[in-house]
Design a protein around this ligand. Sequence first.
Ligand SMILES: Cc1ncc(COP(=O)(O)O)c(C=O)c1O
Length: 373
Amino acid sequence: MPTRGRSVPQAAPLASYRAVRARIDRAVARVLAGGSYILGPEVEAFEREFAGYVGCRHAVGVASGTDALTLALRALQLPTGATVATAAHTAVATVAAIELAGLKPLLLDIDPASYTLAPAALERALAGGRRIAAVIVVHLYGQAADLEALLPLARRCGAKLIEDCAQCHGAALDGRRLGGFGDAACFSFYPTKNLGAFGDAGAVLTDDDNLATRLRELREYGWRDRYVSALPGMNTRLDPLQAAVLRVKLTGLDRANARRNTIAARYDRGLARTGLGLPQRRPGATHVFHQYVLRSAARDRLRAALGRAGIGTAVHYPVPIHLQPAYRERLALDPGGLGESERAAREILSLPMFPELAAADVARVIAAVKASL
Ligand SMILES: Cc1ncc(COP(=O)(O)O)c(C=O)c1O
């Protein structure tokens, strides 16, 4: 069937620029005219504002979400080669960071309703006598993982807990923003994220003063004093141009998240009683719908039909980490298997979702999904 009318993209970072173009242009011009191009006042201001928004003492701006995770793991000073548990169903960056920090990933299965780390899987791994130094909990798609169960489990076995907040800017659990629950929280500001820069950017948040100091050293060659490294560090500083962009966008984050929720509610209503699996809300959680993810045993057929109708979709993510060529047959895996992660990868589909998505386009997406069933 030929595409009728405009196509609807799955994500649209350009729309987020157009929405606040004059303010972004002014902010970028301010940085360029200011003459401070590495760290400096713009980065410090964003760090202060974002830490305040999340409710943490410190935010340390870095060059990407992957670097945020790597640096957080390094700053925790875990023994080299120690095991870090996380979900097999996540962005590859979560697992890449574990290895970049010289640590060993243990991939655990997910809870099929929330797509986040299953507490039973962590319990299984611990019952098998495995020593786990840290757990990375990924708040996937914009909603909290099961922190009520995972936090006490991590504490009981002496593991550090890192929140991967790349997909949950502004989300909360029981009224507290995600990012303030563990030892450190890692954010990505990749352009399509709920809080997105116009390039790569990231941050680590923590309440721990010593950890924050170490993070600041590690992101800049391990310097304590200029040109003198106290630690073997790297160069992963948040770019002040991106910090300026993020400061503008942070002021609109709650509004953008509310708009995502409006769109999600329309999808919920429009797709009820279709037999498709719709996103489930965790009690007490404020979802920010980084993605609106459907579930269907006929996912590929549905996706192809939507493509023909001009509706952009995505699969986050099509191959669980343990089945990807870079990682296959060499990582420690859930003793109970990774059946739910593998099933999710076959069945999930992310519909168009971004704050600027027009109501008429939401209606078109709903109609196209229904027509394809
Ligand atoms: C869950 C998750 N973790 C980590 C990352 C890595 O962030 P970045 O792309 O900024 O390195 C991403 C984003 O791609 C992500 O979605």
